[in-house]
Ligand binder design. Structure first.
Ligand code: F6P
Length: 482
């Protein structure tokens, strides 16, 4: 769909990826994902633009219009992908911010590339933003962009949302560039985190490293001329477009597909489900260890209970991810080799991504959803499962180390490192009576539907508008929620 190209946009999103994927025939398709859906109405109302990488190395594309949004592609060379994306973003920041589950690697060459690429994103956003615009930067790949933007465009209001955890100071302080990253983030007027604990960790790092004063959610940032400004750092837990999951779950085709999935697995009494990017933070090995031991202990039988594990391919050129894949596939092979029967499999392992319809069918087919992350910013899969269970049935087993645990207290909360506790909880989930499932699921669904992704984006943008009014007075270009 083509609309007139805005010269300058009043609302600009800056994210590592554009909200579209390029198909093999060169056509653009909207990428699945809640962020795109959440921001779409604001994008349309405010002449929105989205600055991001189209997902392939060396792909040079002119800015273009897609479904009412002006897209500004950033070119990343093969070297940028290796150093900035796979290196600093996903082999330094990712493991460090996920509590060093894998060892972070600190490379000066990666850091230099991260600075260069962040500058490129900041310049592109500065160029497309109208006078007094609002710019919303997304996630850990772009932590330096807020400060760079403030230097380039002091007239704009800047938000930053951190989708992953922010670690405790004792870990964060390992980062050789810890001051620069804090200063980069503090370029924003509002810095959003998933959990209250993440915002607290950030404020502590700022106090310890930069010696800035913090009071409640406000951080006093010196402006260099003797004055200070207040940056707001607080929790805005992200969510999903819950209604769209419920709508799919109501569709007769999806319900028929759910029945077909059960039949395809030999109609086991119970289906357990894990759905993750294949990432070492997700606790897939812990989950398989617990399930393997339940089979060994004869607590469950492969003809009776099946674990379906969807592990979508991710960051495959990063060594830690390639190793994880080997380990998981070895474990699945061993467990299945030992416990499969001619008619039933213990673990149905699928190394693919699936469209949303298929995922909702799987959610409907699964009696127990296992979210055993060792550390996770939020874990939207937990919320997707809940939103899909229009029948108020099914049990969510949820790691207390996932951000979602702060909101979804009616799930069965677990510590994935405690294998005995995890096994007991899986058994409790398998045996849970329908009435208790219903009570818990209704309470989970209330939370997920009341705090959906639209509520999330509106509350963040309202905080940004408040910051603008405080510092600059009301502007004609204010991005008011619908
Ligand atoms: O969880 C953080 C995150 O960046 C998500 O926003 C995103 O969906 C996911 O990781 C995938 O990451 P990548 O862009 O590296 O494939």
């Amino acid at each position: 769909m083509t609309t007139p190209t805005p010269e300058r946009a009043d609302f600009v999103v800056v994210a590592n990826r554009l909200p579209v994927d390029r198909a093999e025939n060169g056509e653009w398709r909207r990428s699945p994902g809640g962020l795109v859906t959440a921001l779409e109405p604001m994008m349309r109302r405010a002449d929105g633009a989205w600055v991001g990488w189209p997902g392939q190395a060396d792909l040079e594309v002119e800015p273009f219009e897609f479904e009412g949004t002006h897209l500004v592609p950033i070119v990343l060379s093969a070297e940028d992908v290796e150093l900035y994306y796979e290196g600093f973003s996903n082999d330094t920041i990712w493991p460090l911010y996920h509590d060093v589950i894998a060892a972070p690697r600190y490379s000066r060459v990666w850091w230099e590339s991260y600075v260069r690429v962040n500058q490129r994103f900041a310049e592109a956003a500065a160029e497309v933003a109208a006078e007094g615009a609002t710019i919303w930067v997304q996630d850990y790949q772009l932590q330096l962009v807020p400060k760079m933007l403030r230097e380039l465009r002091p007239d704009v209001t800047i938000g930053y949302f951190h989708h992953i955890p922010f670690p405790a100071y004792g870990l964060y302080s390992q980062l050789p560039w810890r001051r620069q990253v804090l200063e980069g983030l503090l370029g924003a007027d509002v810095i959003g985190f998933q959990r209250v604990a993440d915002a607290g960790n950030f404020a502590r790092a700022v106090r310890r490293q930069l010696r800035y004063d913090t009071k409640a959610s406000g951080i006093s940032v010196p402006m260099g001329d003797g004055r200070t400004r207040i940056a707001l750092a607080k929790a805005f837990p992200i969510s999903i477009d819950a209604e769209s999951y419920a709508e799919l779950a109501r569709s007769p085709e999806v319900q028929a597909r759910a029945r077909e999935i059960r039949e395809g697995l030999g109609n086991p009494r119970k289906i357990l489900l894990g759905v993750d990017r294949l990432d070492y933070t997700k606790g897939i090995r812990h989950r398989m260890k617990a399930f393997g031991e339940l089979l060994t202990d004869h607590k469950v039988d492969a003809s009776d209970v099946t674990l379906v594990q969807v592990a979508s391919p991710s960051r495959e050129r990063v060594v830690a991810y390639a190793q994880l894949r080997d380990e998981i596939e070895l474990t699945v092979g061993r467990i299945n080799g030992t416990f499969d029967t001619m008619g039933h499999t213990a673990i149905r392992y699928l190394h693919h991504g699936y469209p949303r319809e298929e995922m909702v069918a799987l959610f409907l087919a699964a009696d127990v959803m296992l979210v055993t992350a060792l550390r996770d910013g939020m874990n939207l899969v937990a919320k997707e499962y809940v939103a899909s269970r229009i029948d108020n049935r099914g049990v969510l087993v949820l790691s207390e180390f996932a951000g979602a645990a702060d909101e979804l207290g009616s799930a069965l909360l677990i510590n994935p490192h405690d294998i005995v506790g995890l096994k007991d909880t899986i058994m409790r989930a398998i045996e849970m009576p329908g009435a208790e499932q219903g009570r818990r699921m209704r309470s989970l669904r209330r939370r997920v539907f009341e705090h959906d992704v639209e509520a999330w984006s509106q509350s963040f943008v309202a905080a940004l508008d408040a910051a603008r009014r405080r510092d600059r007075g009301p502007g004609p270009r204010e991005v008011a929620p619908a």
